[in-house]
Design a protein around this ligand. Sequence first.
Ligand code: SAH
Length: 213
Amino acid sequence: MRYKSNDDLVAALVRRGTVSTDAVRVAMERVDRASYLPPGSTAEAYADAPVVLKVGASGRASSTISQPTMVALMLEQLDVRPGDRVLEVGTASGYNAALLAHLAGPAGVIVTIEVDVDLARRAADRLAGLRQVHVIAGDGRAGHPDLALYDRIIVTAGSSAVESAWVDQLQPGGRLVLPITGADGSGRCVTFRRTADGLEEVFSVPCGFVPLR
Ligand code: SAH
């Protein structure tokens, strides 16, 4: 299903109950998904489907802008509050980083890491107007200790395991949302809460994602 505008797409997510808070609704209304897609793909911008940004050597997608339903679901789970310090692994288009910036507001800090240097550079250009966003080119499996601890961590590529760096860099009481997937990218998107001595699972839902490299 393709919608006519960004607002129509968000309204559909609200009607379905995928978007359930005003905070996520307002952020998704303010960030026009079309601005994060390559020129010429505006027809796909307002469809509830992922869009491939890059294809890897295997012939499979190595980067996508995620499906709006999945973006909304993960943001509702992440529960970002104004002023939060948030780490995102897998910047890709920068769309989700822009949403995180709106959720955390001007007092927040968003650190987003992308392993593909070319994508990281382009996302940094697109996100330049959002001063609280730091785009880092590198391997997100190590997190970004320089700006830790984080209140929230979101991984937007499929991971076979929870990296210890993410646990170490997460504030007690903080949330970690990530897809735990097999080699084919399918699995479950899991929400954890950081306890004094580890992680506690609070929610999970089936999902598919581009795997981490
Ligand atoms: N959040 C993105 C969608 C992410 S797609 C958006 O809003 O558009 C997954 C991204 O993770 C891809 O761009 C891929 O290059 C990146 N990625 C894969 N392995 C990574 C790693 N080890 N560290 C950081 N980024 C990685």
